[in-house]
Design a protein around this ligand. Sequence first.
Ligand code: TRP
Ligand code: ZN
Length: 868
Amino acid sequence: MSQQLQAKYRKDYTSPEFMITDIDLTFDLLDEDTKITAISKVVKQGTNSTLSLDGEHMELLSVHINEEQWSEYEVTPSHLYIHGLPEQFELQIVTKVNPSKNTALEGLYKSGGAFCTQCEAEGFRRITYFLDRPDVLAKYTTTVIADKAENPYLLSNGNRIDSGELEGGRHWVKWMDPHPKPSYLFAVVAGQFDVLRDQFVTKSGRTVDLEIFVDQGNLDRAPHAMSSLINAMTWDEERFGFEYDLDIYMVVAVDFFNMGAMENKGLNIFNSKYVLANDQTATDTDYLGIEAVIGHEYFHNWTGNRITCRDWFQLSLKEGLTVFRDQEFSSDLGSRAVNRINNVRIIRGPQFSEDASPMSHPIRPEKVIEMNNFYTLTVYEKGSEVIRMIHTLLGEENFQKGMQLYVERHDGTAATCDDFVVAMEDASEVDLTQFRLWYSQSGTPLVKAKTEYNQSDNTFILELEQTTEPTLDQPEKQALHIPMNVELYSKSGSVLPLIIDGESIDSVLDFKQESQRFIFENINEEPVISLLREFSAPVKLEYDYSDSDLMFLMVNAKNEFARWDAGQNLIAKYLRRNITLYQANQDFVLPENVLDAFKGILLSEVLEPAFIAEMLTLPSQNEVAGWFKPVDVDAIAEALGFMKKTIAAELSDELTAMYHTLKQENYSVDHPSIGQRSLRNICLSYLATTENGDALVVSQYQSATNMTDTIAAMNSANQAQLSCREKLMSTFSEKWTHDGLVMDKWFMLQGTNPAKDVLSVIKETMSHSAFSLKNPNRTRSLIGAFFNQNPVNFHSIDGSGYQFASEILVTLNESNPQIASRMIDPLLKYRQFDETRQNLIRTELEKLSKLDNLAKDLYEKIAKALEA
Ligand code: TRP
Ligand code: ZN
């Protein structure tokens, strides 16, 4: 790791020395050499007469100042320094890039036959030399020129203002975006598409044209994205009062994309996975994912675009807030409980795991080498939890007042996380001084709770203690302001009023000290406590619940989340116990009354199927791994397998009956139907482990009318290693070889195959005609699934999984460093394992660290992991 790499620190922020107020761009698009002319109006802000512009991976053709050729400049691999500049001037820069060779998928590249761009976070500097930072807001005018036959559509941000024809079969279109924006929101697209069109009338009566661009032949897969967009526009007006601000909103679906989607002003670019769906190709999960991501990018128009980030350390200002908004959108449209449960699973699983890794960072990082490495679960998902805590502390009404004040103050500017918190405080008069620590402190707090009932004076005492373990980035931790939502129940299931010091209080306690006691009065019988209701803070909770308290809460808690959480706690108790028993070579246990509790849930006539399905879902192998150090992957897999088989065997009659009752005549993507399919397919996954498993799975595969049921059958066959697996897999791949997005589901099944010889199969699968390491979706589904969701094989004690990972990373480091860097994460966490595995992984990391061309994405992570 001999590269000279500069870390940037949040504390070093300074405002720009020059401002660029307007930029006029011309793209002369050609596959191998595209010429870009950029004419900017530049105004000096400070005293420095040297302008340093960011720029990399391109060729500089010319520099002009006020239309005169300029020679006072230097070019380095990362900058262009222009000297001797006046106070105010016009800067013209011409650059050349090669979109066909751009496999990093940042800047201007070709996805299939189409040209497209990805500029967040620092991709604009691969298009032209610029002040590529989010606090430089300019008005963009963009002319796109290309071959007309190959690229009938030429798109950019804002409104289309002019167009024309040129010689040699070329044509051009000119766009103007009236809203000043940072360079990361710029976009260009050119290609041949089918377009789905609709319109939306805003609350103030303006008509907006909606256009979704998809590859030719895919029009029948665009309607769900369109209705999701219309739902998002309606919802944002109703819940937040935010209205769209241009005459046109475009969404383009591309097959080669590093992330989910990008909120470029007026011209969103999407990974086709989050646009394309019909009942033959997409599962219910895909449909819900499209709704969430379409919503997310649309909501960025206010939280991200109108108000952007001052610097990239403030990323959570737009991402945490926008994730919060998309979660609320999905919850208002579908089941709030199911959405909450799935969001909490992500925090307790992968986010807690990130907190415990060498990459631990606060939601507002302090130090960054490669910004792409900070589009993390912490910034996004924990960031959203922090916004949710503010919402919990303020209530919806004050929170909305805070949002309005935030927009009033900062619309059209680049703001900080603290600006947001100040607006929330000023609007609500709630003091968030200590709460701000959630922005600067990394790691997962552990809350230990103890209770005591005093019959003599009818009090119930709750004692809370909080600690946060040191993390690699931050050894010292302080006490946080934790909103702790609690409820007390009488034995008959009624909610007991909370009274402290003679005063009624609401259910959210302000837990602010290292340890704190809450004494509830007038409690006439020993109550059952429900703690951390709604997961009111992203913390680990330790409380010694008895089995009977948990079974009581599974039935009696007043909100669904708390019932689910009690069920998860009960499962967790027996998982822990069985893992210990396995390690001591003893028999597994699962008592009758625990099985009965889950039987009761399954047979409930009041609970919704979608919720029952969540209650019956065991925690993931990765979530369980987070409870232990060292992690014993084999013991966890065995214990989970035992729980699954035992529940299946003991409840097989009820599961079978439910499975048949829930059969649907027609497929429809509404929430009740999705819930029924989800419960039916959970039943199938249990039944697959029983005698009838093979027959049931084959019959479901053959009679399935939609992708949800097809994949559920295949997934059950895969997990239970049924003899029908091979046949189903080959039938499926013959049918779908031509369709990459559908094949991703198949690749994922190959990657997660628990069979012992799976690594050789995965290597073979890489030469499948539908596979390519150049495509991030394919890479994630096959390779990513193996790294992250096949723990027993990936962590095989012979080290073969780690060696394979290292070979893949060498290739990706060169072709697409951003994807390489996402794929390396499981290796960074090597310290969780036994010494043998630690050494095996460290050897691979050390090998990688010595690569000559190690990209800074991987460098940053490997350096942290090895220094730990
Ligand atoms: N801003 C995008 C979002 O949250 C994230 C994103 C899309 C991104 N593409 C990217 C981030 C490339 C970094 C690099 O929706
Ligand atoms: Zn986002």
